[in-house]
Design a protein around this ligand. Structure first.
Ligand code: BG6
Length: 795
């Protein structure tokens, strides 16, 4: 069927269509266009490209163009053909096309499509010959050849080379090669790729796609700014703009894409391209002539030259909690490996110009957030102070929202609050939305806005495919634009290399965890939970390259490292504290917890800290189980076994808790707790220990202070109390929060994956000592330091 019927179809369409298209300033003769989708049976082709080319085909009736389409793949023809035609079954006409017409169009289209194996140089030579023979055989004038490379970027250079050597059209016909991101992963790789491609293709032949530029609201930004210039010119500046927010929020995770995503992360995936493009469209000088690709691209580049460098102080990163497990599963990694690839980021950018100086532009995006929505909001300063009636429109924020899609609106739109101005419509393709919608947009009723929306919604890929055919280069990424964008992002990406993302649970549960705080020069998370900044620069992703890092946890200092390094660090800190105390007051008072977490620390101290001032050190107990101290389960027994028996410490410096008095265990009337309190008061200046070492249990308990029944309030001013544990042995003796909070330094040691959930929870909860006793630890005049190993911190 292919040659004969196709010829008839082509001729029928040809005779009906003789037209002229313009490309830039050049007039271009209509003729035959050969479209080759390399990767024609892949995911993108299946989802968007064939539909886009079908729309192109149907919309071109009357333009003078004729087409043939080739789906290229690595499989042999007999395997690739049925796969391709299965995909093509799903192409759809626009809703207003009558059924019979649609059936006819689809049938015509299917006859113009052919699968071809494109694996070897010979395959490309055969394709080149085939196109040439078809043109000659059917006596057609060639308009051009469009190669859409829907394949991984590593294959670009090779394919471009094949296209150049075997498939270049002769005569005046054009060659256009469409490339999908990623275009490199940093400035130097983008430069390398540009050089490689430059060996085969001219810059004007390359069409780098950013599908956001095909979104109707994005491509409407400049036209909107132009037609509303008389309203915008006076306010589009630092005197009036409070800030600009560019937001792309998604609810999905990245399962199934991890091999790609884990190499890239959110900054490379959407910020360097989609969000940066939007930023430039919002801030660049509005071109005199919107249809001039040269002017649009020139003005865009100008903005890049004014962008201030972005550093880690202007950025935060996050990662959804389940991500590491997904990485391990998809990349077959072992359970002790984790990824620090950010799945969420927010970055503040400034433009160094008289117009925008000091205006924060915040770009943010993430996976597994609370809703799917993409918008850019220009928020203006509002100097109206409403004494009464705060719901009046004059009292509300003044803003323009470019709503790209999804969210509460469910359709693309441009919204201008009624306290700003009534915007003009761009052209015949846009309409004013006047129907009342019972919805809110960014917290304000729909009725607060003037709203414009496209009359007909169109898919970005279909839009861009149309622009490729008409040679509209302003809708694509130029090489200079690309390199300028990488120039902005690469230094930040490099300096974030040693940083840990804040872990977030995903969806609604993120609560306020990812909220941001902006100051004139810095952007940070608004809540002070896990903020981890590594001073180390990480080489590669090898776990060994993570060293000790410092940061904040629940607003207090945090040190984190792999287990062994963490213990080394804690032991070193302890010795430093001991030496300082001894040199200042002649003694060091140290209170130790039981449990398994500190055992490695005890052993480290015993074996490696030979110069530790044990002679001047007094060892106290944080808590004790009500049992004989000779029992292996007693806390003192374990301190003795792992530490005391190995060091030279005077026995009168050792202070076990008096849990057994009068041959009975922890009886209130025997006053054991008071006795210990007096002993502390007698020996320790102001009863303030120099160092208290604590752990935390899975239920949030610390020392032997357990959740529930306001026990902590009951302790009043006591420094030591008898307490009840929910697990055996139930009776305990413990330092109270009062005693702990008198300490000069509290070290909180948390190790092991089991504690990860708890830490995630603790990073978010407020201080509720009755529920989580650990949240009552706040040394009044001292310092709390969390020692968290990576297993506990990152799970
Ligand atoms: C793509 C990214 O470029 O854009 C995806 O690779 C992201 O990770 C997508 O989900 C978002 O596009 P849209 O059109 O769904 O907002």
């Amino acid at each position: 069927m292919w040659p004969v019927l196709k010829l008839l179809l082509l001729q029928a369409i040809c005779s009906a269509q003789r037209g002229v298209l313009t490309e830039g300033k050049q007039t271009q003769q209509a003729g035959h266009v050969s479209v080759v989708i390399v990767g024609g049976t892949g995911d993108l082709a299946k989802k968007y490209l064939w539909q886009g080319f079908f729309q192109l085909y149907t919309s071109q009736a009357g333009s003078g163009h004729t087409f043939s389409f080739y789906g290229g793949g690595l499989s042999p023809d007999d395997q690739g053909t049925p796969v391709l035609f299965d995909i093509l079954k799903h192409v759809a006409c626009s809703p207003d096309t009558p059924v019979e017409r649609c059936a006819l169009l689809k049938d015509q289209f299917l006859h113009l499509v052919q699968y071809r194996q494109l694996k070897t140089p010979e395959d490309y030579r055969a394709l080149g010959r085939h196109i040439q023979e078809t043109l000659q055989g059917e006596g057609m004038v060639e308009a051009g050849r469009l190669f859409y490379l829907s394949v991984p970027a590593f294959a670009y250079a090779d394919i471009a080379d094949q296209v150049n050597s075997s498939c270049r059209p002769a005569g005046g016909a054009w060659l256009r090669v469409v490339l999908e991101k990623p275009f490199g992963h940093d400035l130097s790789s983008a430069q390398t790729l540009a050089t490689q491609l430059g060996g085969s293709l001219k810059d004007e032949e390359m069409y780098r796609i950013d599908h956001y530029l095909g979104k109707q609201v994005v491509s409407n930004i400049l036209p909107f700014r132009k037609v509303n210039q008389k309203f915008l010119d006076p306010i589009w500046n630092r005197q009036h703009i409070e800030r600009v927010e560019i937001v792309l929020k998604e609810t999905l995770d990245v399962k199934g894409r991890i091999p790609f995503y884990d190499q890239y992360g959110v900054i490379r995936d959407v910020m360097q391209n989609h969000l940066t493009e939007i930023m430039t469209l919002l801030t660049m000088k509005v071109p005199q002539i919107l249809s001039s690709s040269e002017e649009v691209l020139r003005n865009k580049l100008q903005i890049f030259s004014h962008l201030q460098p972005v550093g880690t102080k202007q950025a935060v990163i996050g990662q959804y909690q389940a991500y590491t497990a997904e990485v391990r599963e998809e990349l077959n990694k072992t359970t002790d490996q984790f990824s620090v690839t950010p799945t969420f980021a927010a970055v503040m950018v400034h433009i160094d110009s008289a117009q925008y100086d000091g205006v924060p532009i915040v770009l943010s995006s993430g996976k597994m957030l609370d809703e799917r929505v993409a918008y850019a909001r220009v928020l203006f300063k509002n100097d109206v102070f409403c004494v009464q009636n705060p719901d009046h429109i004059h009292c509300k924020p003044k803003q323009i929202i470019f709503h790209f899609g999804h969210g509460s609106l469910e359709h693309p739109a441009v919204l201008v609050t009624k306290n700003l101005f009534k915007p003009e419509l761009v052209d015949g393709e846009w309409r004013e939305v006047t129907e009342h919608k019972d919805t809110t947009v960014l917290g304000f009723p729909f009725s607060d806005y003037y709203v414009q929306a496209p009359k007909v919604q169109r898919e970005p890929y279909a839009e861009l495919i149309g622009h490729i055919l008409s040679g509209r280069k302003d809708c694509f990424i130029s090489a200079e634009n690309l390199l300028a964008s990488w120039g902005l992002w690469t230094p930040l990406l490099h300096s974030l290399r040693g940083s840990y993302p804040r872990i977030y649970p995903g969806g609604e549960a993120n609560g306020n965890l990812l909220d941001l705080r902006l100051s004139a020069t810095e952007l940070s998370y608004a809540s002070d939970s896990v903020v981890i900044i590594s001073p180390e620069t990480m080489g590669g992703t090898a776990s060994e390259s993570f060293q000790v890092t410092q940061g904040k946890f629940r607003g207090d200092d945090m040190v984190s490292a792999w287990g062994e390094e963490l213990i080394v660090r804690l032991a070193t800190d302890l010795q430093a504290a001991a030496e300082a105390a001894v040199s200042e007051g002649g003694a060091f008072h140290l209170a130790l917890s039981g449990g398994s977490s500190p055992l490695a620390l005890f052993e480290r101290l015993a074996q490696h800290h030979l110069s530790f001032p044990w002679r001047e050190t007094h060892v106290w107990m944080v808590d004790e189980r009500c049992m004989s101290l000779r029992e292996p389960e007693s806390n003192f027994h374990s301190v003795h076994e792992h530490l005391l028996q190995h060091i030279r410490i005077p026995y009168y410096n050792i202070h076990p808790m008096p849990v057994m008095l009068r041959q009975r265990l922890c009886v209130e009337e025997d006053g054991g707790a008071l006795l210990y309190e007096k002993e502390i008061a007698h020996a320790v200046n102001g009863s303030a220990f120099h160092f208290v070492l604590l752990g935390v249990g899975l239920d949030g308990h610390t020392a032997s202070l357990f959740p529930g029944e306001k026990a902590h309030e009951r302790h009043g001013d006591s420094l030591v109390a008898l307490t009840e544990s929910p697990v055996k042995p139930h009776q305990r003796m413990s330092l109270t929060l009062k005693a702990i909070n008198k300490a000069q330094r509290v070290g909180l040691l948390v190790i092991g994956k089991l504690k990860h959930e708890l830490l995630t929870q603790l990073s978010r909860v407020k201080n509720k000592p009755n529920k989580w006793p650990i949240t009552g630890v706040h040394p009044a005049n001292g310092k709390l330091v969390w020692y968290l190993d990576y297993d506990a911190l990152l799970g």
